[in-house]
Design a protein around this ligand. Structure first.
Ligand code: ADP
Length: 246
């Protein structure tokens, strides 16, 4: 598995004797998008917590980029390896402009306050412009983040993660609360990002998963219940019984 971006192998974790993740095996290739679906309590959030180092598994390994076992590292070290996580709710700096949010994200390794003292280099300007074009916010660059729509705030935060140049992006239910057209744009954006980076999306909205067009893994009780295309997974009788048919 030297050429895989992410390889979870035999991962288990129990909380007070309850196995939230049970011998889980997941593979994500470079420049591949994977959608994770499954009922509430399936272990989707716990899986993301294990990848990012928030939760340490009891057993198993989490191999990143073919070499590094993440289970030995803390959250900051894992983030620095190139793993970005987008939580469900947008967290942007509301009282700063769209542009300044991106500039802060770009300089984050040197500390947010460095933006107060260092002007952006030509390189930074080019990079921020490119990211704002990707997330379709270039025309709003001087707007305060507070004045963006909910969907635009989500895109801004995705842009801020891109500024960190992650190899793997973990995204938790990005379209909750979005309009239909924002949802469509988000699918397009994530598809574009996954041309060059690995993306894992946890999602309940099946029409959005269809728009993503990616491989799908359905989790239940901390293990893989089914995987394949959305059509394959959603035709699986066990998936219908345990998840889709309820
Ligand atoms: P999902 O994201 O798929 O809804 P979770 O990963 O949040 O599922 O939860 C999986 C199971 O583990 C649930 O039964 C949940 O109650 C339990 N769980 C998750 N985190 C903790 C924790 N920190 N302490 C105790 N139980 C937890």
């Amino acid at each position: 598995h030297t050429d895989t971006m992410l390889y979870l192998d035999g991962v288990s974790v129990a909380f007070d004797g309850f196995k939230a993740i049970n011998n889980l095996a997941i593979i994500v290739q470079p420049a591949e998008m994977l959608a994770i679906i499954g009922p509430n309590g399936a272990g989707k959030t716990t899986m993301m917590d294990i990848i990012t180092g928030k939760t340490r598994p009891d057993t198993g390994q989490v191999l990143f980029d073919g070499r590094t076992d993440l289970t030995r590292l803390d959250e900051a070290a894992i983030a620095n390896l190139g793993i970005g996580r987008k939580f469900q709710k947008p967290t942007v700096f509301e009282s700063h402009t769209v542009w300044d949010n991106l500039e802060m994200a770009l300089k984050k390794p040197r500390g947010i306050f460095s933006t107060l003292f260092y002007a952006a280099s030509d390189n930074d300007v080019a990079r921020i412009t490119e990211i704002l074009e990707t997330v379709r916010l270039i025309s709003r660059k001087d707007e305060l983040a507070a004045n963006l729509s909910h969907g635009q705030k989500q895109w801004l935060e995705i842009g801020m993660l891109l500024a960190q140049d992650p190899k793997l992006l973990l995204v938790d239910e990005p379209v909750a609360g979005m309009t239909d057209s924002e949802t469509e744009e988000t699918a397009k954006l994530l598809r574009k990002i996954s041309q060059t980076r690995s993306v894992v999306v946890v999602e309940h909205d099946m029409s959005f998963v269809r728009e993503l067009g990616s491989r799908v893994v359905c989790l239940a009780e901390g293990s893989v219940l089914a995987e394949g295309s959305l059509d394959q997974v959603s035709a699986n009788p066990v998936v219908i019984e345990r998840y889709l048919g309820r």
